[in-house]
Design a protein around this ligand. Structure first.
Ligand code: NAD
Length: 428
């Protein structure tokens, strides 16, 4: 397929990025969403999510006539060469992936897809979903291809246009290659495989990353008990190319829109075939324990009693560079602090309130005013630039719990504050 006619279903982080980027690669793209208000905003060039470069690509596609938005899925797919499903697959009852949006989209389009078109799942879906979609479609003339997406929020456009690999899998001969051809302008290794393997790649990758983070959080805990320094330990580990430097920073627990639901889904997938995936279960359990360790550190920082303590939170998003709050560990820590009676005031450069259980302000210094402790929960670089002497003046207490090891302990000490991080001695 050279310039193909493409429909993207779902205009969230993945769908909008996919649509705008495929249009910029020369395809004619129609994006479909069930959210009519969102479709109207996008058709007017308004992008709600924080993704560098995305609004520009959307504007370019709209102006050039290569990108359009609609709520009419059936009409949109009638002339499509390929339809990309980018709808949500959240954690459902019992922890498995909830496939209702996928199934509803397929049911809507089934009779309108042209012969020889390809239905592509970009959503993260359990192994066996391609086959299930094939059954739902009930058509031999439409191939189903799994093409999992690996983009990261905050760098979605750059990741889509510069992927480390493209994975395409299908049980229909030639179909995966047809989807791979849509990306021919991108320089990336292409893994062509069967549908089940492609579906599993995504879970295997995300669950590996989650496990790596749980591992490093455990090493940080060990560092504290042994008097070692996690920064030195992870630097020493990261130079080993077999390990790599990424995903080696301790934190308040992993979260976000993907890792919690994908670890849970893979555990259910393994369970369904009688495999007790103990390593992954332990990674998930340790992640909950990490949140509790952070809460204990905060309690300790305010003298042991959280009830009535005024805690300022710096950062709410699950990582810097995004406004996404889904399954953010910061919110998870906040809800436990709040349940213990702490009074919370939060600031995040990308988030506006209201949020339950806390006041949200647009001024980082307001969270410091009268606070017994500050807790850094997201690694926004701008927190390092705060006037910490002024912060110290505003606070009632002196404790700063830095769950990202973001701040300079020496600078905070100079400002008269007590810094506590993860996996590091506070005296260094
Ligand atoms: P999202 O919540 O940001 O967006 C989903 C969009 O789909 C919304 O606009 C929603 O209105 C729309 N939608 C829901 N049901 C629909 C339907 N039946 N028909 C048409 N539109 C519908 O979701 P997302 O973060 O883009 O994730 C989408 C999928 O991609 C998920 O399976 C996710 O696991 C996967 N994924 C996400 C990321 C990420 O970083 N967000 C990365 C890789 C893969």
């Amino acid at each position: 397929m050279h310039a193909a006619s493409i429909v993207v279903v779902g205009t969230g982080y993945v769908g909008l990025t996919t649509g705008a980027c495929l249009a910029c690669l020369g395809h004619r793209v129609t994006c479909v969403d069930v959210d009519a208000a969102k479709v109207a905003r996008l058709a007017a060039g308004r992008v709600d999510i924080m993704e560098p470069g995305l609004a520009g690509l959307v504007a370019r596609g709209l102006t050039g006539g290569t990108l359009s938005f609609t709520v009419e899925a059936r009409a949109a797919v009638e002339s499509a060469d390929a339809v990309f499903l980018c709808v949500p697959t959240p954690m459902g009852a019992g922890g498995a992936a909830d496939l209702r949006a996928v199934e509803s989209a397929v049911a809507t389009m089934a009779n309108s897809l042209p012969s020889d078109s390809v239905l592509v799942t970009k959503s993260t879906v359990p192994v066996g979903t391609a086959r299930r979609i094939g059954d739902l479609l009930g058509r031999d003339d439409v191939a189903v291809v799994s093409n999992p997406e690996f983009l990261r929020e905050g760098t979605a456009v750059a990741d889509f246009l510069g992927p480390q690999r493209i994975v395409v899998g299908s049980d229909t001969p030639g179909a995966a290659e047809r989807v791979a051809a849509l990306y021919r302008l991108l320089e990336a290794p292409v893994v062509v495989t069967d549908a089940a393997s492609a579906e599993l790649v995504k879970y295997a990758a995300n669950c590996f990353l989650a496990t790596k983070l749980s591992y490093v959080n455990s090493i940080a805990e060990l560092c504290e008990r042994l008097g070692a320094d996690i920064d030195a330990v992870t630097r020493g580990m990261g130079y080993d190319s077999r390990i790599g430097r990424s995903f080696l920073s301790p934190g308040p627990g992993w979260g976000g829109s993907c890792l919690p639901k994908d670890t849970s889904a893979l555990l259910r997938i393994a369970d369904a075939v009688g495999f007790d995936f103990r390593l992954l279960s332990a990674a998930v359990e340790d992640n909950l324990a990490q949140r509790d360790r952070v809460v204990a550190k905060v309690a300790n920082a305010v003298g042991g009693e959280l009830a009535g303590a005024r805690i300022g939170l710096l950062g709410l998003a699950f990582k810097a560079g995004t406004d996404d709050l889904r399954d953010s560990p910061a919110l998870s820590v906040a809800s436990v602090l709040s349940a213990h009676g702490a009074r919370l005031c939060a600031y995040d450069p990308a988030v506006t309130g209201p949020l339950p259980g806390m006041a949200v302000t647009d001024d980082p210094y307001r969270v410091a005013r009268g606070a017994d402790a500050l807790v850094v929960l997201t690694e926004w670089p701008e927190f390092t630039q705060l006037d910490w002497t002024y912060v110290a003046d505003l606070m009632r207490g002196t404790a700063v719990v830095d769950t990202r090891n973001l701040l300079s302990p020496a600078s905070l000490r100079d400002a008269g504050l007590r810094w506590t991080g993860l996996g590091r001695s506070t005296n260094r």
